[in-house]
Design a binder for this molecule. Structure first.
Ligand SMILES: [Zn+2]
Length: 316
């Protein structure tokens, strides 16, 4: 297999990279993301692809894979809804193919990143992997029998919006009680803010690391405080980890994976998150006294996963 180009379209920047068949990135270019204009976005991605090909004229590029936020249809051609990009029913594959004269596929960005983890990262030895991204919200993707599961309409694996609390916290999706309201980076910050209001002394170190104001606390300050051993920050992680483990337990009841891979900003805390998540999972999973428990690991590829996954999926 030759090389492919993977493109990660984010809300602020487009990152494109040449990726070899082993999942290694050879070169990357980045451009700002134009908003609300599919032709302009295709121009930007097309220019990035040409730039990379110009710099690597010796290597034949077989295809282009694009990972993008939002819903992508199952035939991998249309961005059905890219709210963060201001796009709706956007025939992006066709637009880009005209510009680059190569086979093009479009994937949901969470699916692309998860595919990279499943194939080249923490899941490379497993055929049944569920990837969960704990960022501002919660994303996910499902790999079963070594295949990415897209569902009939391309939106399988949206685990952040399955409901763990009936009539619970309001979610941006319009429902209440979605998992991401309890298990995300935003939920972690919410725990810290609650603590700062209710028991200010226990939140002192987090407030200090945030520059002196509780309102400025972000995930990074909570992670740093927890790494220093701060009791309040560890309590915030424990609360979120309980919800993460509970959600994974319910996913295990349905999907029975061999491995869960946890990525996203919250996972930067490593064992501070992972240990209580494993503990919670083991307490909540059905059949816990008899079944083999799925392993839970932290993602390995970081921010490169989107490019690597999109590139590898371009040939599948
Ligand atoms: Zn939701």
């Amino acid at each position: 297999m030759g090389m492919t180009i993977g493109v990660d379209i984010g809300g602020t920047k487009v990152a494109a990279g040449i990726v070899d068949s082993g999942g290694r990135i050879r070169d990357v270019v980045k451009h700002p993301t134009p908003w609300g204009d599919g032709e302009a976005l295709a121009d930007t991605v097309g220019a990035a692809v040409r730039e990379l090909r110009g710099r690597h004229a010796d290597g034949a590029i077989a295809a282009v894979g694009v990972g993008t936020a939002g819903f992508v249809d199952a035939d991998r051609a249309t961005i059905v809804l890219g709210a963060n990009l201001g796009l709706h029913e956007e025939p992006f594959t066709e637009r880009l193919r005209r510009r680059v004269d190569l086979p093009v596929v479009v994937e949901n960005d969470a699916n692309a990143a998860a595919w990279a983890e499943a194939r080249f990262g923490a899941g490379r030895d497993s055929e049944h992997v569920v990837c969960v991204t704990l960022g501002t919200g919660v994303g996910g993707a499902i790999v079963m029998n070594g295949e990415l599961q897209r569902g009939r309409y391309g939106v399988a694996g949206e685990v952040g919006h399955y409901r763990v609390v009936p009539f619970g916290r309001r979610c941006g999706c319009g429902n209440h009680g979605c998992w991401e309201q309890y298990a995300s980076g935003r939920a972690l910050v919410g725990e810290a803010l609650d603590l700062a209001r209710a028991e200010p002394k226990r939140a002192e170190r987090m407030v200090e690391l945030a520059g002196g104001s509780a309102a400025d606390i972000q995930g990074s300050a909570i992670t740093r405080a927890a790494q220093e051993g701060d009791e309040g920050a560890l309590a915030c992680f424990a609360a979120v980890a309980e919800w993460v483990g509970l959600g994974l337990a319910d996913l295990a009841a349905i999907l029975d994976p061999e491995l869960f891979v946890i990525g996203g900003g919250v996972s930067d805390a490593g064992a501070i998150l992972l240990d209580p998540v494993r503990d919670s999972f083991a307490r909540h999973v059905t059949g816990r006294s008899t079944r083999r428990l799925a392993d839970i690991r932290i993602a390995e590829l970081g921010s490169q996963a989107g490019i690597v996954g999109a590139a590898d999926l371009a040939l599948r």
